[in-house]
Design a protein around this ligand. Structure first.
Ligand code: HEM
Length: 451
């Protein structure tokens, strides 16, 4: 059976690999690519290999293989402590397909149309706290925006409610625990999940999780009693029933809400931080976006903004150069599978490296350069450009996320003049399960255009 290349399968090498993957993820991927190419395998203890793909044809073959051929949710069960037992990301088969079908309409078409104004309004509320002449920590404000978007659009909470503010504060504290490179080890090493009191990372994590759960259950209960139903995701989940007419339980609804929060909050905030960085690192990019916005005139609608080609290309390039998640979920084949001309036994795990695919010289010449124009010059297939993954697991929130990023960036550039404090090239760092700009990245607020 022909097998792709890969490092020797020794216990110590496997441990070293995991440390490097956690603490220096991009260097780790680059080294493997240099040595073994765009399809390589990593040995595992007592199981078939883990195969890493960044070859578009191989990616296409995996994404288009019928989904019943793979287990995906089962590989995410390590995330149960974050998202709960019922989350669609840890499910497979019919249950997973049903949940996707149920949630899909809320992220597309008419429902999405009603969110544009809310996103611009939230951006204005949050940036209103900025003062000219001051340095701001960009991450703080971008997280604030994406958290409010989740609370209002996904949870359907009204910002005037006291529960909104309580949840906002608790969620901020909770998400902060798992996002530093060190405490994100909680995700990778189960033995670190020890409750050594309220000030230990895990102790704090479980106490906050309990408080958040209680508040969400209160909200679910209150909303069950309330009519009419809104167009937020919680309303939709409350209205849904299975084939036998049974509604979702509070537990199931809670777990899907937390899933949306986990999948959509940090990821979109990281993309916003990068977008603001690149736009100010390369003044010509900012000028081109402002030119497009000015051409639309004062009466522009959010609908016109999200269709601007250069803005769109800039956001695409932001998600290309440092994709927020370096890879997709792992796909484990249930039966022997052929990919390219390699034969893999049942149980082989496939990880698609978004980062390595986005840095292929043949697709993206000089991949280290931030150049939105590449997205205006050619079209990329879903197997060449895949910041939101693909196949039957493609990100459910991709349309919402892209719309949000464009509207927030357009709104900030229209209202504020910001400047970098130096012209250093920022290096990405691990942040939980994602890759992000350094935590302390700051920008100077120089002026405000529209009061
Ligand atoms: C820039 C922002 C985002 C990025 C880069 C991103 C990226 C991804 C990726 C790579 C996957 C895995 C796809 C695969 O394995 O093929 C995924 C899955 C998912 N994302 Fe996103 N995401 C973003 C925002 C959001 C938002 C805003 C939401 C919802 C509010 C969301 C909800 C989900 C869900 C529910 C899944 C699991 C889908 C499934 O298992 O069927 N994401 N996302």
């Amino acid at each position: 059976m022909r097998q792709p290349p890969g490092p020797p399968n020794s216990r110590w090498l496997r441990k070293l690999r995991l440390f490097k993957f956690i603490f220096q993820p991009l260097e780790y991927f680059n080294e493997n690519y240099q040595r073994y190419g765009d399809i390589y395998q990593l040995g595992r203890q007592n199981s078939p290999p883990f195969v890493v793909l960044s070859n578009p044809q191989a990616i296409k073959e995996v994404f288009t293989t019928p989904s019943e051929q793979f287990e995906i949710g089962k590989n995410n069960t390590d995330l149960k402590f974050l998202v709960g037992e019922n989350s669609l990301i840890i499910q497979d088969g019919e249950f997973h397909q049903r949940q996707r079908k149920l949630l899909m309409p809320v992220f597309h078409g008419e429902c999405l149309q009603s969110y544009g104004e809310q996103i611009i309004e939230i951006t204005k509320q949050v940036t209103n706290q900025w003062q000219t002449g001051k340095l701001i920590r960009v991450r703080t404000y971008m997280q604030e925006i994406t958290l409010r978007v989740i609370l209002q659009i996904v949870f359907g909470l009204n910002s005037q409610q006291s529960r909104y503010e309580q949840l906002r504060q608790l969620l901020c504290a909770w998400l902060e625990i798992i996002s530093s490179p060190l405490s994100s080890s909680l995700i990778f090493f189960e033995f670190l999940r020890q409750d050594w009191g309220a000030s230990s990372p895990w102790g704090r994590f479980v106490r906050l999780r309990k408080q958040i759960k209680e508040l969400l259950y209160e909200e679910i209960k209150a909303r069950r009693e309330q009519q009419p139903i809104g167009n937020d995701i919680l309303s939709l989940l409350l209205a849904t029933t299975d084939e036998s007419g049974k509604p979702m339980t509070d537990e199931e609804i809670h777990d899907e809400l937390i899933t949306m929060l986990m999948a959509g909050h940090e990821t979109t905030a990281s993309a916003l931080v990068w977008a603001l960085y690149w736009v100010h690192y390369l003044p010509q990019v900012k000028e081109k976006i402002l030119h497009e916005l000015n051409e639309l005139g004062e009466e522009r609608t959010w609908h016109q903004i999200v269709q601007l080609p250069y803005l769109n290309a800039t956001i695409a390039e932001t998600l290309r150069i440092y994709p927020i998640t370096t890879g997709t979920f792992t796909r484990r084949s249930k039966a022997p599978l052929q990919v390219l001309d390699y034969q893999f036994p049942a149980g082989t795990a496939f990880g698609i490296s978004i980062y390595l695919t986005h840095w292929r010289e043949d697709l993206y010449p000089q991949p280290e350069l931030f150049r939105p124009e590449r997205f205006l010059e050619r079209q990329y297939s879903p197997y060449e450009y895949l910041p939101f993954g693909g196949g039957n697991r493609r990100c459910l929130g991709s349309a919402l996320a892209q719309m949000e990023i464009k509207l927030v960036i357009a709104s900030i550039l229209s209202d504020w003049q910001l400047a970098l404090t130096n012209h250093l090239l920022l290096k990405p760092v691990r942040r939980g399960l994602t890759i992000a700009a350094p935590n302390n990245f700051k920008i100077k607020v120089c002026d405000r255009f529209n009061n």
